[in-house]
Design a binder for this molecule. Sequence first.
Ligand code: SAH
Length: 229
Amino acid sequence: MSLLHHHVLGRGMASDRSRARLVKELKREGIIHSDVLEAIGTVPRHAFVDEALTSRAYDNTALPIGHGQTISQPYVVALMTELLIAESDLPKYVLEVGTGSGYQTAVLAELGMTVYTVERLEPLYQQARQRLRAMGYQKVRCRLSDGSWGLPDYAPFEAIMVTAGGAEVPQALKEQLSDGGRLVMPVGPQGSQRLVVLTRRGDVFEEEQLDWVTFVPLVRDENHNGAKT
Ligand code: SAH
């Protein structure tokens, strides 16, 4: 990130130190992918939360972002990112369902991926879109729609990350995954979800179940009219 960004976003040096501390903590907790750690060490998480919460922006916890939603815990962001890119060449096109604050979006973009990100709540969509644009992330495309239908016009995706939890992986998302592609999503009943990684091999989806996590629910909208830009 450039010096200019630091000045625009404020808290330059202090936030550098806080991020470095967070990166150390994530390493201790088992995050090993150096590009992922570097992205966490670069993206200014304090710019993705309300001003009243900036002092807690580099705590390893989820924080409220309004509208009953949360910015995910940094460990979970790092873990899901690691799972998404594991063993493979870096995916070029990734679909994220649940833009929220845009923090996870920025971490994916920082790794060099083109990110299509979908949010169903208009105020969060607007805020994240403006924020990511102001921060100079040019390979991010924000859409306002029900992401459980994916983005058929832009499919297939080499990687799909769902940052809201549901009882099962929506069929549309499986269909929009390219062969060999990976999908990461918290799956299970509210209160006992695990991170699930699906890898597509033709029409077969290999499934791995990993850490227990807590996410806000993936909400399905009744009247789905397709994505607005
Ligand atoms: N990745 C986000 C986490 C946001 S919480 C971050 O780093 O901040 C999950 C988000 O998913 C919420 O903003 C919620 O409104 C959104 N969401 C829930 N169901 C959705 C759906 N069907 N389509 C798109 N977004 C959805």
